[in-house]
Design a protein around this ligand. Sequence first.
Ligand code: FES
Length: 105
Amino acid sequence: MPTVRFYSGECEYEIEVPSGTTVMRAAVDNGVPGIDGDCNGECACATCHIYVDPAWLSKTGERPSTEEELLNFASAAEPNSRLACQIQITHALDGLRVRIPDSQH
Ligand code: FES
């Protein structure tokens, strides 16, 4: 199964999940702190904001316009910001590295 690595402050979490799982679901279902996922992946809350490691940006693809608009409400959004519920982990993303913001609000 593919893995995703979450970085939060000085902590690192390596989570193995079935292909097709979203990055948000991987975090929430495995107790990774800092990703809330309040809308349960409906792209409506921005509480699953993450920063994709620049080395992985080309593989995670471009942000759709709906995600772009929602990220305007996220605190401290950066060019590599994404909503974790909008990225599905596949074998092509095995080893994906993402950083969790200090706050989702
Ligand atoms: S879980 Fe709400 S936007 Fe991702």
